[in-house]
Structures are given as structure tokens and as C-alpha cells.
Design a protein around this ligand. Structure first.
Ligand SMILES: C[S@@+](CC[C@H](N)C(=O)[O-])C[C@H]1O[C@@H](n2cnc3c(N)ncnc32)[C@H](O)[C@@H]1O
Length: 305
């Protein structure tokens, strides 16, 4: 009887996910509630939407910020550098770079995110920050340019930061918990390589696998959940090889799964039945070899724009 109920529940859940995904982007505004703290302001001050780095916290926005800080640290951001932050969602990683005392401040900060509502929200929050009294009086005046669209440059759009016509190169390109969505990540890494200045690097907080995923798992993640194109479901070794073949050097990869998945799962478990199902899904995927990594590659050689 229990098996039957489980089967019915799983069928309803995945039908819901399937039809929901056909209808709209999975990232809407649900994450705002994730950022609410007991007794804290409503709406909350942060709008993070990543899986978090839960080493020293059990609080969602703190874990998300910790993951962002971990990524920035791995990127060794250059003072007054030119940074491109891809898949920035509602803009917290952009605001963190502009304001956090421990983060090296960029002179130019560009962003790309695909969902129009996230782009608008980021623009609104950044404009508010830049025009706030604190920031208006401060000598630090960065140039911020946010682009709404796909991470991959595909058209003649000269405003896309990865377009060969874009007016700047970058010292750092960042992708915080998003590049596994890109179609394809390899193309994104290739275009990024062309737009990096010599000595610049790309740093990603990303997903890959410890062992090659089977065909059913690939089909499920791509065709049912639509979260990851099959080309992106690579092992750590294949990921490293792709990055190396594109031309990146001094490549570093750190597996931080144990600081990401258990904490995120515990958080999800406290968020009702849907949260519990997602927590079980993450547990199952981890069992199938899913890993959360931070990977960095540097463009050591001269430019090939
Ligand atoms: C897991 S969220 C991470 C958001 C943000 N980095 C953060 O830490 O709060 C993934 C983000 O990537 C964006 N995204 C997904 N596919 C994308 C694509 N192909 N190009 C640009 N952004 C994309 C989503 O809309 C979403 O905002």
C-alpha cells in the first residue's frame, strides 16, 4: 500500500515538474521566501538562489553568501579588475562585489542573467545601491553593466559581454551555481576564453559527476527536469580535459560537495513536502555520483580574439 502511495506521489510530483518546466522557467520568485529569516525584515534584504556552502552556518542566505565568497576567493579577484558575473539571478553576487569589505572591488562589473524578472530586479537593486547616500559619497565609482540574455553569445548582439565586439575584455569571469544549465557549458568556456585578458581567469561553482551518469539519469535530468543539457553531464576528469583543451592553464578543481549537499538537503527538508522530495532527489543524485565543485582556469597565453 505504501509503495502504491509513493508511486502515485512520485508520478504526480514529476508530472507537475514536467508541465511546470514546459510552461515557464524554474527560477521565478520562490527563492525570496528562502531568504526570509525568523523575525527578520519582510521582504528579506537578500534574494540568493544557490545551494550554499554550509560549513559554518545553517542559515540559507548566509550559506549562499559563503559560497559566493568562496568563489570570489578562488578567483583571486584583481583590484580595479574587469569582472563578468554570469547567471547572477536577482543580483546578490553583484551587490556583494560592490559592497563587501572582504571582496576586492572591481572597476568594471558586467553581468548576464537569462530571466527578465531577475535582470530587472538586479538592475533595480544595483541602481538603488549606487545611488544610495553611502555609495554616492564614496570615492569608489564602479561601472556596472547588466545584460539580459543567455550566457552564450549567439547573435550579432554587440552588447552581449561575450560578443567579439564587446568593448571590454575581462580579468575574471564568474559563474556561481549556474553553468551546468548552459547549452552548452563547453561553448560558454570557449567564448569566455576568447574574452579574457591575458592572465585572466574563469572560476565556476558548478556540478559534475564522480562517475559517468547512465542514459536514464541523463534523460531524466535533461528531458524531464530540463536542468542540465546532456553535454554538461561530464565527470571531473572530462571537465578538466575540456577546460585544458580550450587552452586554460593552471587549472584547479576542488570538490566541495560535503559542504554543499548535506546542508542544502537539511534546509530543503524543513520546507514542506516539495522541499523533502527535492532533498531526497539531491541525495539520490549524490548517490549516482553528482558532485559540487569549484573550478578555475587561467588564460596564460596571449589573446586570440
Ligand atoms: C541556481 S541560480 C543561481 C543564481 C545566483 N548565481 C545566486 O547565487 O543567487 C541559476 C541562475 O542562472 C540563470 N540561468 C540559467 N540558465 C542560464 C543561461 N543559459 N544563461 C544565463 N543565465 C542562466 C537562472 O535564471 C538563475 O538566475
Amino acid at each position: 500500500m505504501l509503495a502504491l502511495y509513493t508511486l502515485i506521489f512520485v508520478t504526480i510530483f514529476f508530472s507537475y515538474v514536467y508541465f511546470y518546466r514546459r510552461a515557464k522557467d524554474p527560477y521565478g520568485t520562490f527563492h525570496i521566501s528562502f531568504n526570509k529569516l525568523p523575525g527578520g525584515p519582510d521582504p528579506p534584504r537578500t534574494e540568493w538562489l544557490n545551494m550554499g556552502f554550509w560549513k559554518d552556518t545553517e542559515i540559507f542566505p548566509e550559506a549562499c553568501q559563503a559560497l559566493a565568497l568562496r568563489l570570489f576567493r578562488a578567483a583571486s579577484l584583481k583590484p580595479d579588475g574587469r569582472v563578468l558575473d554570469v547567471g547572477h539571478g536577482s543580483g546578490d553576487s553583484i551587490l556583494l562585489q560592490l559592497s563587501h569589505p572582504q571582496v576586492t572591488k572591481p572597476a568594471l562589473l558586467c553581468g548576464i542573467t537569462s530571466l527578465p524578472s531577475h535582470h530587472r530586479r538586479s538592475q533595480e537593486r544595483v541602481d538603488k545601491f549606487l545611488s544610495s547616500a553611502d555609495s554616492a559619497d564614496a570615492p569608489y565609482k564602479p561601472t556596472v553593466f547588466l545584460f539580459e540574455g543567455d550566457a552564450i553569445w549567439r547573435s550579432e548582439n554587440r552588447d552581449h559581454p561575450l560578443s567579439p565586439h564587446f568593448r571590454h575584455q575581462f580579468d575574471s569571469i564568474l559563474a556561481l551555481d549556474c553553468a551546468y544549465h548552459f547549452n552548452t557549458r563547453e561553448e560558454f568556456l570557449r567564448q569566455s576564453f576568447r574574452r579574457l585578458a591575458t592572465g585572466g581567469n574563469i572560476t565556476l561553482a558548478d556540478l559534475c559527476f564522480a562517475v559517468p551518469p547512465g542514459p536514464i539519469l541523463k534523460l531524466f535530468l535533461w528531458r524531464v527536469l530540463h536542468v542540465m543539457p546532456k553535454e554538461n553531464m561530464v565527470t571531473k576528469e572530462q571537465y578538466l580535459q575540456q577546460v585544458r583543451e580550450i587552452g586554460y592553464e593552471d587549472i584547479e578543481m576542488e570538490d566541495v560537495s560535503s559542504f554543499v549537499f548535506p546542508g542544502f538537503r537539511n534546509f530543503l527538508k524543513q520546507r514542506g513536502n516539495i522541499g523533502r522530495v527535492f532533498a531526497s532527489l539531491i541525495c539520490w543524485l549524490q548517490g549516482k555520483g553528482l558532485r559540487f565543485i569549484i573550478i578555475k582556469g587561467t588564460k596564460v597565453v596571449g589573446n586570440n580574439l
